[in-house]
Design a protein around this ligand. Structure first.
Ligand SMILES: Cc1ncc(C[n+]2csc(CCOP(=O)(O)OP(=O)(O)O)c2C)c(N)n1
Ligand SMILES: [Mg+2]
Length: 577
């Protein structure tokens, strides 16, 4: 039977391991979706907003490692895919976008909904192919798939409807994806590194998402070198749990002894991390070595004494054989003690939580962490949810923590959790959402979850504001502006939409409300948790300019008559600072 280009597309995507395509149909995509229906191997996830499909695909692709498709049609629908593709680029998720294009005879005529895919996708896409002739099909689709999988990021196939339905050349649609190749530095570089480690009195490790497959090796190395291990948000889930050398995170979400340890060591090993906040990394006083399989990451955040290209696992495995063990433990003990006392400080609002109204988000997050399953997957919206997840949600061998950590888009958590739930049906998927985030993107597609009876738990931090920006503005010395809004009762909204709604206003109801949400597995839940909007958070290490800014902002507010807010903020937070 003859195949058209769209048939070839889905056959190749299915052969490459694509299980789902998230998107919205229309014009150019109609023949494409018709071919998907006939193919039957890939599930079409009809979402209400293409961007929601994008974030769902990012989570599925990141968590499973398999490529995932998204689709949107001509111009506006394609534009809605963009933010999700940027997220895929930054989070390293293999997402392949099928972008409906205007008919090939109309290309470059400023036709209705026409969009130049090359210029439009340039910032996001690792490869953009415009299929204007059926003869290109195999080569373009092959390149889009292989680039997405091997370079771990988004690619785009721009497809006019007339080309999609044109007869395809009779070619093989086989596509086998090889396992990731092993990459490690040269022997000479490894011996230099071993010498630097042997020469250093104290070594600290800071790891990122590149430690995903290297947890055991990094922990072994840390044990051998008596090195404290700090991590980025992306590294936390691999390096924190059951690691006796873990000292927490640094950066604005930081906690524990990580900042001190990495700034005080003789030698810092940066492993598989592109941690972007250079001001939290040490200056000249500390020797720095970076190991990353992506050469572009090497040396771009801080000047290095040595930069090596290699997988963390392969490199550390080789290194373990050639470095000598260290016996001095005082450096490690100092930062473990600092971590312990910071954890005790962090417990302040957790232990006092049952008696404080409005509900402290620390208490909410810590209770959630206690109640959730050992293999739960947590997703945090960009906003204060990230702070509470970083500090109060414990990881574990089978737990996952994910968010828009590197792109930092709002509204990612609910769609992330939806994609994860489709990939891992029945596993607890919990989105910690901002009220700004859920109203930006999450509500329309709550209907998708309702229709599919997807058991996603969405917990809304209802603080009536864009609280993270409120904190940012205060820290920078501005008077908070443009950050407040009014919310409906989200539990009632959820019920009206056919989901389960739970409203929690009393701290005494937190445990019971969260337990009920986690136990509800016949469809989605929205937990409307009315939390303290004044729960300001400061990092474990506050750079001097930040403190000045913070104080300045309070002073400015006093001068403009906002004394009430100032007093409230100070009263609320003084114990934590
Ligand atoms: C799409 C997008 N718009 C704006 C921002 C800037 N921004 C970062 S966090 C944030 C506030 C988020 O508010 P909300 O979802 O209510 O979470 P909260 O911080 O209040 O918990 C904003 C506006 C962003 N990161 N992404
Ligand atoms: Mg908010």
């Amino acid at each position: 039977m003859s195949k058209n280009v769209a048939d070839v597309l889905w056959e190749m995507l299915a052969n490459a391991g694509v299980k789902r395509c998230y998107g919205i149909v229309g014009d150019a995509l109609n023949p494409v979706i018709d071919a998907l229906r006939r193919n039957g191997k890939i599930e079409f996830i009809h979402v209400r907003h293409e961007e929601y499909g994008g974030f769902a695909a990012v989570a599925e692709a990141y968590l499973t490692g398999n490529p995932v498709a998204v689709c949107g049609t001509a111009g506006p629908g394609v534009v809605h895919l963009f933010n999700g593709l940027m997220d895929a680029r930054k989070e390293g998720a293999p997402v392949i976008a099928i972008a409906g294009d205007v008919e090939s005879k109309l290309i470059d005529t400023a036709a209705l909904e026409e969009l130049n895919p090359y210029t439009f996708f340039e910032a996001a896409s690792l490869y953009t192919g415009r299929l204007v002739n059926p003869e290109q099909a195999r080569a373009v689709i092959n390149t889009a798939i292989r680039t997405a999988v091997t370079e771990k990021g988004p690619t785009v196939i721009s497809l006019p409807g007339d080309v999609a339905s044109a007869q395809a050349a009779d070619q093989s649609t086989e596509i086998r994806i090889p396992a990731a190749p092993v990459l490690r530095p040269s022997d000479a570089d490894l011996s230099q590194l071993a010498r630097m480690i042997d020469d250093a009195k104290t070594v600290a490790i800071f790891g990122g998402d590149g430690c995903r497959d290297a947890r055991d090796e990094v922990i072994q190395l840390a044990a051998k070198l008596k090195a404290p291990v700090g991590y980025s948000f992306r590294g936390k889930q691999w390096l924190e749990y059951d690691n006796p050398n873990a000292v927490g995170m640094t950066g604005l979400l930081g906690y524990g002894g990580a900042y001190g340890a990495i700034n005080d060591a003789d030698l810092l090993l940066l492993l598989g991390t592109d941690f972007p906040f250079s001001e939290f990394l040490p200056g000249k006083g500390v020797k720095k070595v970076q190991i990353d399989k992506n050469p572009k990451h090497i040396g771009r955040r801080t000047a290095l004494d040595l930069g090596l290209v290699g997988d963390v696992k392969a490199t550390v495995t080789a290194l373990l054989k050639s470095v000598s063990a260290k016996s001095e433990t005082r450096f490690l003990e100092k930062y473990l003690a600092e971590t312990k006392s910071f954890h005790e400080l962090l417990q302040h609002y957790v232990t006092k939580g049952p008696g404080i109204k409005p509900i402290r988000p620390e208490f909410l997050a810590a209770t959630l962490s206690q109640l959730a399953a050992d293999d739960a997957m947590f997703f945090a919206d960009t906003g204060t949810a990230c702070i509470w997840m970083a500090r109060h949600i414990n990881g574990g061998r089978n737990r996952r923590l994910f968010g828009s950590f590197s792109w930092a888009s709002m509204a990612n958590a609910a769609p992330n959790a939806f994609g994860a739930q489709l990939a891992y049906p029945g596993r607890q998927t919990i989105a910690l959402c901002g009220d700004g985030g859920i109203t930006m993107l999450g509500l329309g597609d709550l209907l998708t979850q309702v229709e599919r009876k997807t058991p996603v738990v969405q917990i809304i931090l209802n603080n009536g504001s864009l609280d993270f920006v409120n904190i940012e503005q205060q820290e920078a010395g501005f008077i908070p502006f443009g950050v407040e809004f009014k919310n409906p009762n989200f539990a009632r909204v959820a019920e009206a939409m056919g989901a389960k709604g739970i409203r929690i206003e009393e701290p005494g109801d937190v445990r019971e409300g969260l337990a009920a949400a986690l136990a509800h597995n016949s469809g989605p839940v929205l937990v409307d948790a009315v939390v303290d909007p004044l729960a300001l958070s400061l990092p474990s290490h506050v750079p001097l300019h930040t403190v000045t800014g913070y104080t300045l902002s309070l002073a400015k507010q006093v001068l403009t008559g906002r004394m009430d807010t100032v007093i409230k903020t100070i009263e609320h937070n003084v114990r934590l600072v």
